[in-house]
Design a protein around this ligand. Sequence first.
Ligand code: CMC
Length: 387
Amino acid sequence: MTKKAVDTIDTDKYPHVNKGLDGIVAFSSSKSAIDGDKGELIYAGYNIDTLAENSTFEEVAFLLWFDRLPTRKELDELNDQLVAERHLPDTVVNYLKNTSKDAEPMSVLRTATSMLGDFDEEAEINEPEANFRKSIRMTAKMPAIIAGFQRARDGKEVLAPLKEGSTAYDFLYMLNGERPGEKAEKVMDICLIIHAEHGMNASTFVSRAVCSTQSDIYSAITGAIGSLKGPLHGGANAAVMNMLLQLDDDADVEAYIKEQLAERKKIMGFGHRVYRTIDPRAKHLQKMAKELAEETDMMTLYNWSEQIQSVMKNEKGIDPNVDFFSATVYYSMGIKTDLFTCIFAMSRVTGWTAHFLEQAGNNRLIRPRQLYTGKKNLPWVPIEERS
Ligand code: CMC
């Protein structure tokens, strides 16, 4: 029997390509579980509803890294570590101040996160303890990167992080230049909780795939940020807002959506590979979006969102995902549209790093096959004779 070439598939064993890796179980993980029919999301044993109602983002980070909730002492220690790691290296701050003001914020976050590795003495130490410390560092520093770039491109002073307060509190302070109220901090904290982890999504897959080559954790998270940026993944929240903002005050929203659907266009913030009902995270965001819209006199925006939700249900039987109502939540909080995906990333870094640590602990190189569809054994044609 002849040995098969590396990428040649045994078509009896691998009869077809699973486009988008649909239905492929690539890893085992204790980090999260999704029941797409029930609309249920669990982080390491805890339902997302329970966590949104009771926990904090820092507690969720601990849960994802250690598969259990922290004791009071452990949570205090983690909070202290996160606060101690918030500051950015001067070179990164200078980059935020000097890069193009027109740069896409997710691209800036990707570059700055990659730069962090240059200033981390443990960057190339691929041991579990060092990787955990680097996970804390990236989680602690990402809010300062996002807020710093926003202020720099606005021509404002880049603020140093606070030496106290939650991640949500410090982020809003660094972004707005004033300490947030209790309500704003709570809303941001819930947003961070519900974006932290979500099964084998594209960016998490990237984090694990980079880890599987025994590359470093900064490379993995840099890659994951690049993957989250796309509009079919985390970038959908900004796309939702752009869609809402281009509607006129007297817009016929139903007609607009039907027109888009007739042209076979995707409506951003709807649909999901796994959920066959409403994304459980969208329920929390919808509630917050409504409350905030009432408080900030932005009910037109919220009402349009509800109309779109109902047209999508009637026309396509498709429900909103996490990105649909998060757009209105952030917008009502006065956050710039192109920062929405960055906020997703500053939460999801906990899930990405948790998966990296898990993959590193039970690694095998990620190396799928491809089905070759090209030609074979073509004769060589000298360049002068090619047409
Ligand atoms: N608007 C209109 N039609 C849709 C949508 C949508 N948002 N989503 C799915 N469909 C239709 C699609 O046209 C197709 O219909 P048909 O079978 O008639 O051609 C069918 O539903 C299946 O769609 P698909 O794109 O093959 O499904 P998928 O599992 O490959 O894609 C998805 C999932 C999330 C990429 C897709 O629903 C989508 O593009 N949604 C809009 C972008 C978005 O909101 N992304 C955020 C996802 S959740 C947060 C995250 O993970 O980051």
